[in-house]
Design a protein around this ligand. Structure first.
Ligand code: SF4
Length: 361
C-alpha cells in the first residue's frame, strides 16, 4: 500500500503479498537482541523491503525512532509536507503497522515550526484483505494507537518508530486537546439524581434488560459527560450514568474486568472503547492465574480471590510490562487456560512451562 501510494503516478507499483512477505522475511533484523523475539513487525525488514522492491527514485527510506513521540511526529509531518510520501508507523506498542496518508495541523510543518496536530488519516490493512481508512483526532491517536512505545525487547524497545522518506529535520509538535464549551455544566451528582428519577418514572428496573438494577449492591458510578451545553445553541448536557455492583473487598469481579479487557484492550482484544486508556484497566484474576502466581512467589495463597489480589496482580504486571499491563497478563493467564499448570503437580506440564525455574511448587 505504501509503494502503490507514491506521490508520482509513474513510480507507483503494485506488488503481490507473497513478494512483499518474502522480502520482509529476507530482511529481518539479525541483531542478537532482536532475533528470537518473534517480531512479525520488525522495522528493519519493512524499511529494507521498501528499498529492495521499489526505492523512491533518488530517495531512501529510513527508520526513525525516538523516545519522544512528539519528535517522531514532527519528522513524519515535516517529510510528508515536503515530499508527499505516505509514512508507515508502528502502533499498539509495536504490534501493528499502519500508514499515515494525511494530516491536519494549525501551521505548516516546516523547519523551525511547532505545529499543533489536529487530526490524521491512516490506512490500516485490517480487516484482513479489506483494509480501512480512518480519521483520528490527535488526542485520540496519542491516547490509544500511540499510547505506548515499542514494548518488545531489542533495538526499538521504548521508542516510537516510523519509516520515513527521508528523516533529517528536527522539531516538535503539540497535541490539540478537547475544548470545553459548556457554560453551566450539570454537576455529576445532579446527573445521577436525574438518572434515578428517570429510572423510577419509567419503571425501568422492572423491564429487561434493566432488571439488574434491582439487584442488591448495584450503585451509580461516576457519570461520563459525553456532550456539553453549547453557547447560544439549544443543546443540553448529556451524561451516561453507569450502574454497577458495589465493589467489595471480598470479590474479584472477574467477569466485569474481562468485559472491559475485551472492549478496551489493545490487539488481540477489540479496542472498541478508545475513550478509556487501556493501561488504566485492572486485570481479571481467577483461580488459575492465582495458582501460577502463588507458585512463582507473587501471592502467598493459592485459593480464594479478593479485590486486594486484583490490585496486587496489577502492580506486578506494571513491573513486568509498564507500557501495557494486559499484554503480560495475556501470557501469564495462558498457563491455566491451556491446561499447562494444574492444581496437582502431577497433572501439570512443567517441562514446557516458562516459569519452571522460578516455580517453588
Ligand atoms: S512449573 Fe509447573 S507447577 Fe510451576 S507454574 Fe509451571 S506448570 Fe505450574
Amino acid at each position: 500500500m505504501i509503494m502503490n501510494g507514491y506521490p508520482d503516478l509513474a513510480d507507483r507499483i503494485f506488488l503481490t503479498q507473497l513478494n512483499i512477505w518474502n522480502s520482509i522475511q529476507a530482511n529481518n533484523s539479525t541483531n542478537a537482541t532482536d532475533i528470537n523475539q518473534n517480531w512479525a513487525t520488525d522495522p528493519q525488514s519493512l524499511q529494507a523491503c521498501l528499498m529492495a522492491l521499489n526505492p523512491p527514485p533518488g530517495g531512501t527510506w529510513n527508520i526513525h525512532m525516538d523516545t519522544i513521540l512528539d519528535d517522531v511526529m514532527f519528522y513524519i509531518l515535516f517529510w510528508m509536507n515536503r515530499n508527499n510520501y505516505p509514512v508507515p508507523v508502528l502502533i499498539n506498542g509495536g504490534g501493528h503497522w499502519v500508514v499515515i496518508v494525511q494530516y491536519e495541523t494549525d501551521v505548516e510543518p516546516i523547519a523551525g515550526s511547532t505545529p499543533t496536530l489536529n487530526e490524521i488519516t491512516i490506512y490500516d490493512p485490517e480487516p484482513h484483505n479489506i483494509g480501512s481508512v480512518i480519521n483520528i483526532q490527535a488526542a485520540n491517536w496519542y491516547a490509544n494507537e500511540w499510547a505506548n512505545s515499542i514494548i518488545y525487547p531489542g533495538t526499538w524497545q521504548n521508542n516510537w518508530v516510523a519509516v520515513i522518506e527521508p528523516p533529517i529535520e528536527k522539531g516538535r509538535v503539540k497535541v490539540k486537546m478537547v475544548e470545553r464549551v459548556g457554560e453551566k455544566i450539570i454537576p455529576p451528582e445532579k446527573a445521577i439524581e436525574y438518572a434515578k428519577i428517570w429510572i423510577e418514572k419509567r419503571r425501568l428496573d422492572k423491564k429487561n434488560p434493566y432488571k439488574i438494577l434491582q439487584r442488591k449492591g448495584i450503585i451509580a458510578l461516576n457519570p461520563i459527560l459525553v456532550r456539553e451545553q453549547s453557547k447560544g445553541k439549544k443543546v443540553t448536557d448529556f451524561y451516561i450514568v453507569p450502574f454497577a455492583p458495589k465493589l467489595t473487598s471480598q470479590k474479584c469481579f472477574k467477569r466485569y474486568l474481562l468485559f472491559f479487557r475485551w472492549v478496551v484492550g489493545l490487539d488481540p482484544d477489540l479496542h472498541l472503547w478508545t475513550f478509556i486508556p487501556h493501561n488504566d484497566l485492572l486485570p481479571p484474576v481467577d483461580v488459575t492465574v492465582k495458582r501460577v502466581l502463588k507458585r512463582v512467589g507473587v501471592f502467598d495463597r493459592e485459593y480464594g480471590c479478593k479485590w486486594a489480589d486484583v490490585l496486587r496482580y496489577s502492580d506486578f504486571l506494571k513491573l513486568v510490562s509498564p507500557q501495557n499491563k494486559l499484554w503480560a497478563d495475556l501470557y501469564l493467564s495462558r498457563l491455566g487456560i491451556m491446561g499447562i499448570c494444574n492444581s496437582k503437580k502431577i497433572d501439570s506440564k512443567c517441562d514446557i512451562c516458562p516459569f519452571q525455574r522460578f516455580c517453588a511448587y
